[in-house]
Ligand binder design. Structure first.
Ligand SMILES: CC(C)(COP(=O)(O)OP(=O)(O)OC[C@H]1O[C@@H](n2cnc3c(N)ncnc32)[C@H](O)[C@@H]1OP(=O)(O)O)[C@@H](O)C(=O)NCCC(=O)NCCS
Length: 285
């Protein structure tokens, strides 16, 4: 189909007030809602109707790439509007950085971003884990409740873990530790969360249970990349988190990990994860 005549301009609050369903169901905000790195563009047809939108923003924890999202009115797709929005976002970058996007592997959006040379940088399992699968994992004596450590010590362990598990594929910005842990304590349950503690008292693995959504989420790894018995203590932490969730009556949880997590990823098969994946890509339009 030929491309319709359209105008691409900055999105204003009025556009959101009158947004059609395909637009209002996505997390789109007015242009510049935070700063110059927060671009929102809208494509309108000659009658002034919204037919597409594109948003680009940076995360305070990961400033090295722009996260992007593009949406086109369902009846207008495959006419080149999405591609024009990507080009317009690229042209409006305050400084050139790769674009980042992620969705379930089966999402048709992946065929769209493939057109821009998308490169997969990470995969994460999407399947829920029955908490009864705790029985498949070995407990470990070094593992205890995260509530036995102070908030500051646990946050420090979390930041250390997060930094090395992301450095190879989505590095944190300098001085991003504060932003990373800003809301952490409101999102997790320390009693359900697990830490491994070494003989000297330091935390060597941290697996937190996030309880701020519909389904609990377990996330974490060893605090340092090279850790003696890393696989065993991470397994013990996941085992304890699943046991504690089951004790509280939760039948399912999600595990937010990456295929590149050396101690956590080997548990994915054991726990029956791997039929559905979230795939994160980067591209440079
Ligand atoms: C993804 C989306 C933005 C594409 O918008 P669009 O205006 O249809 O995209 P374009 O017409 O510019 O498509 C360019 C090319 O991408 C590929 N493509 C786009 N949508 C596709 C689909 N559903 N399946 C397979 N390939 C697709 C095609 O190669 C297409 O070229 P072609 O039509 O000549 O074959 C639109 O389908 C949409 O809004 N989807 C829901 C939101 C979403 O998934 N956004 C992710 C974007 S980062």
């Amino acid at each position: 189909m030929t491309a319709p005549h359209l105008t691409i301009r900055r999105l204003i609050a009025d556009d959101l007030a009158t947004a059609p369903a395909w637009l209002s169901e996505r997390s789109i905000r007015p242009d510049g809602w935070r700063d110059e790195t927060t671009r929102t563009l809208i494509a309108v047809d000659d009658a002034g109707a919204s037919i597409g939108a594109g948003i680009m923003w940076t995360s305070r924890v990961h400033p090295g790439r722009y996260s992007v999202d593009v949406a086109v009115a369902p009846e207008q797709r495959r006419r080149g509007i999405g591609s024009q929005l990507v080009a317009a976002l690229a042209a409006s970058q305050p400084e050139p950085r790769p674009f980042l996007w992620g969705a379930a592997e089966a999402d048709p959006g992946h065929a769209f971003v493939a057109r821009f040379g998308a490169r997969t940088i990470q995969r994460a399992p999407l399947d829920p884990v029955p908490t009864a699968h705790a029985a498949r994992l070995r407990p470990d004596d070094r593992v205890t409740s995260a509530a036995t450590a102070s908030q500051a010590v646990t946050e420090d362990a979390w930041a250390g873990m997060y930094e090395w598990t992301h450095v190879d594929w989505h590095p944190m910005g300098l001085d991003a530790r504060g932003a990373l842990v800003e809301d952490l304590w409101d999102e997790i349950d320390p009693e359900l969360s697990s830490i491994a503690v070494a003989a000297g008292g330091e935390i060597t693995a941290v697996l937190l249970v996030f309880v701020d959504g519909d389904v609990p989420i377990i996330a974490g790894e060893t605090v340092a990349r090279d850790t003696a018995d890393g696989a065993l203590i991470v397994e013990g932490c996941v085992r304890r988190c699943l046991d504690e969730l089951a004790r509280r009556g939760a039948t399912e949880t999600l595990i937010e990990g990456h295929v590149s997590d050396p101690h956590l990823a080997p548990l994915f098969d054991t726990l029956g994860l791997g039929t559905r994946w979230h795939r994160i890509i980067e591209f440079c339009p």
